[in-house]
Design a protein around this ligand. Structure first.
Ligand code: NAD
Length: 484
């Protein structure tokens, strides 16, 4: 299979926070990979902007180091790195002061697409937006890219939206949730809306329940201070798991176009019922030989922030009434694995008798590692001795099915940055979506704070607290194993 790379128009991309962790780990190596693939055309400019006193040469050295460390395998011709670096510049710029802005403006070209990536803390978003206008960098066609977290609660998200709206139209604002840039997540829409096979069964009549798991093996590491103010609900559920839930549950949009898709996602969020507190389990990882427990990691022996959450949700609409959605995410779990599993109901009548046991079709969509899908189907156990049934997975690993193309597929950040340049907002969150997600999560957080809820301790390397298993067992169901 030949991958088709369609180059974008030449662009000027300013990365505010161009010396930061995200720029070095994801944005700059990602741009280099797009350059290698022929998608980022020559004649484009990348301008790092941060407070550091660097010149172009110093910044290019930093970018080359970042590519060497985080660039992954490159199938690039000799000389490509030099060609890429020649398009990289740096301007010392202060988001909170006026230094650097005139020089930055002098680098911008009138005939090129302009994108401004806010890879800085959210407290600087307003300053950047205001100065982009005051110093004349923002044109009607310019776009800004903003990183998570988008607010801390509904009130702060509204304030952030209002600040950005003073200077930019909604069509110019690209709120990143990098989960939406993952190949499998987009495949979810292709599988649902490109096939006849699944959609007729995609409802409460045929689906018993849906599980969404995003498990990490790492703890909070050096991010303890930030994480402890946030927790799994704010850091993962309000954004990433919510987006996955929307894509799995939404109605088919009339077209694969930004507002058509985002309108449908918004309807899902608005149809989410408040969650009964008996249906929420929060946890904190304990200590083991490999590392300290959560409270030591965040240096607060009384912390009540969760590093794990599991919950049972319901979507009140015609399609999903009565079908539970179980969400779970946590740190220091057994394996690094993200998966969505659609568990179908039992066949209405078994012609094979009670001895054949219970067999269910499960469509599991793996986000990481080894992106792909499996469909468990029931077959006859081979051999003589009567009709015994067995569930076997039809396994499709994208790497196996697509060969080298799968490896060359852009990672989430690369794809999303190219979408920004193309002006395609389909895979970015709209302001009202983010607010609706906070409107659902805020009362749940306030609820456990009012009850002084203490998260349960769980063993590192496990699947989370025992209570999370019980959440399913009580309903006669069980979580799928967390495995890499
Ligand atoms: P970082 O602290 O490593 O980098 C911050 C950058 O902002 C640096 O380049 C710094 O020089 C610059 N900066 C700070 N104050 C400035 C000012 N007044 N004027 C100009 N530049 C200034 O942070 P990071 O990890 O790169 O994260 C950046 C943003 O991306 C944050 O909003 C973070 O929440 C988000 N994010 C990061 C990651 C990640 O993996 N690092 C993942 C998701 C989201």
């Amino acid at each position: 299979m030949v991958s088709r790379v369609i180059p974008v128009d030449p662009f000027d991309l300013v990365i505010f926070g161009g010396t930061g962790d995200l720029a070095r780990r994801k944005i700059l190596p990602g741009l280099f990979r797009r350059f290698c693939a022929g998608q980022m055309p020559e004649g484009s400019q990348i301008i790092g902007a941060a407070r550091s006193e660097l010149d172009d040469a110093g910044y290019r050295d930093m970018v080359a180091d970042a590519i060497a460390e985080f660039g992954g395998q490159q199938a690039c011709e000799a000389g490509t790195l030099d060609a890429f670096l020649s398009s990289v510049h740096f301007v010392t710029t202060d988001a909170k002061g006026d230094g650097g802005w005139v020089e930055l403006n002098s680098k911008m070209r009138d005939d090129k697409v302009r994108a401004f990536y806010f890879s800085v803390g959210p407290s600087l978003f307003g300053d950047l937006a205001e100065r982009l206008h005051r110093f004349g960098l923002a044109t009607p066609d310019s776009r800004i890219v903003v990183e998570k977290p988008f607010g801390h609660d509904l009130e702060s998200a509204k304030a952030l939206n209002a600040t950005l709206a003073q200077h930019f139209d909604e069509t110019q604002i690209y709120r990143i949730d990098h989960y939406l840039g993952k190949e499998t997540v987009q495949n979810l829409m292709a599988v649902r809306f490109g096939n006849m096979l699944f959609e007729p069964l995609w409802n409460a009549q045929y689906v018993d329940h849906i599980q969404i798991t995003v498990a990490e093996t790492v703890g909070v590491g050096g991010r303890g201070g930030y994480y402890d103010k946030s927790g799994a609900m704010r850091d993962m559920v309000q954004n990433h798991l919510m987006q996955l839930l929307c894509l799995i549950a939404m109605e088919p949009p009339a077209k694969f176009e930004p507002d058509a898709v985002r309108d449908e996602k918004l309807k899902v969020i608005r149809a989410l019922e408040p969650v009964d507190w008996h249906h929420i389990v929060r946890g904190q990882y304990g200590a083991d030989d490999d590392g300290p427990g959560y409270r030591d990691d965040v240096e607060d022996p009384k912390s009540r922030t969760e590093s794990f959450i599991a919950m049972k949700c319901h979507i009140s609409n015609w399609r999903w009434a009565g079908t539970p959605f179980y969400l779970r995410t946590g740190k220091r779990l057994k394996a690094r694995a993200s998966e969505i599993a659609v568990v179908f109901k039992d066949a209405p009548h078994s012609i094979f008798g009670a001895d054949a046991g219970r067999h269910r079709n499960v469509l599991a969509i793996r986000l990481q590692p080894n992106e792909g899908m499996t469909l468990d189907v029931t077959i006859k156990e081979p051999g003589p001795g009567g009709m015994r049934l067995l569930d076997v997975p039809l396994d499709m690993s994208f790497a196996d099915a697509l060969g080298p193309d799968a490896e060359e597929a852009p990672d989430a950040y690369e794809r999303l940055i190219m979408d920004v340049i193309r002006g395609n907002q389909t895979l970015f969150m709209r302001g009202d979506e983010v607010e609706a997600a906070w409107a659902w999560t805020d009362p749940l957080i306030e609820g456990w704070q009012a009850r002084n809820d203490v998260p349960k301790t769980y063993d590192p390397g496990s699947s989370g607290p025992e209570d999370a298993l019980m959440l399913m067992h009580r309903d006669g169901r069980k979580w799928r194993e967390v495995k890499a």
